[in-house]
Design a protein around this ligand. Structure first.
Ligand code: GLP
Length: 240
């Protein structure tokens, strides 16, 4: 319904209507939006007005245009709160989503110079190298390569790394995870990420590297994660 007598501009009324249809699930992510002509005829408004509403929603990332195909409802991204030091398993469960892992590689290797420095262990000391695809509701969200000092975190198994590493460290080993530092970078997916994350070539990914310590200050992991930029956004509270 459009109220032509309202002081609220018509394009804005249409924007709000489309937004609420997305929010209440009348329009689903990936669906094609009705054409400009359909809206114009149905609501008895000009195509220019419809175009303006759609352009605004494209700019606000509710919709996206695909050349030659039309306008589509954009997938809502998961908002990850960065204020706590949490695990993927915890993050997904907190959202009521079902986390799972696809294990690509799991082996014990000698630390090279760079990882040895980052983990503060001697060069060639044993480390676990774990490569996992992290899924939520069976959809790949991130590709994660984890390097863990094997003399510190002992006894990792296929089964453990297919579940939660943090849970094993805290609940099974009785160690406390303390703090981490994390860097973020925007990148374009490499071949491996395209394959494992099932994303098109040239897709953007959010790359992060986390170095995590136990409460006693010992570094136990270096993790390189590539998150799908079409699925993720991040939230941080800032104070001053
Ligand atoms: C997140 C972090 C990783 C961490 C992992 C632990 O994905 N980015 O740095 O290693 O959580 O997850 P889990 O306990 O589910 O194995």
């Amino acid at each position: 319904m459009i109220d032509k007598q309202s002081p609220i501009p018509i394009y804005h009324q249409l924007e709000e209507q489309i937004k609420s249809k997305i929010e209440n699930g009348d329009y689903n992510p990936g669906d094609a939006l009705p054409s400009e002509r359909e809206y114009a005829e149905q609501l008895n408004i000009s195509r220019m007005t419809v175009r303006q509403a759609i352009t605004n929603l494209v700019n606000e990332r509710y919709l996206h245009r695909v050349k030659g195909k039309g306008t589509f409802i954009t997938e809502q991204k998961l908002e990850q709160n960065l204020n706590g030091l949490t695990s993927f398993t915890e993050d997904m469960k907190a959202r009521g989503m079902d986390p799972s892992n696809k294990l690509i590689n799991f082996e014990m290797i000698p630390a090279n110079q760079s990882l040895a420095e980052q983990l503060d262990i001697p060069e060639h000391a044993p480390i676990y190298e774990i490569k996992r695809i992290r899924l939520a509701e069976n959809i790949p969200m991130a590709l994660e390569r984890t390097y863990i000092s094997a003399n510190l975190i002992k006894g990792l198994t296929d089964n453990i790394v297919q579940n939660s590493i943090y849970q094993y460290i805290e609940n099974e080993m009785g160690l406390k995870i303390g703090k981490a530092s994390q860097i973020f970078e925007a990148t374009i997916a490499n071949e491996e990420e395209i394959e494992y994350l099932e994303i098109p070539e040239q897709s953007p990914v959010l790359f992060m590297k986390r170095t995590t310590q136990l409460e006693n200050g010992t570094t136990f992991e270096v993790v390189k994660s590539s998150y799908r930029a079409d699925r993720y956004k991040f939230m941080l509270d800032l104070e001053r």
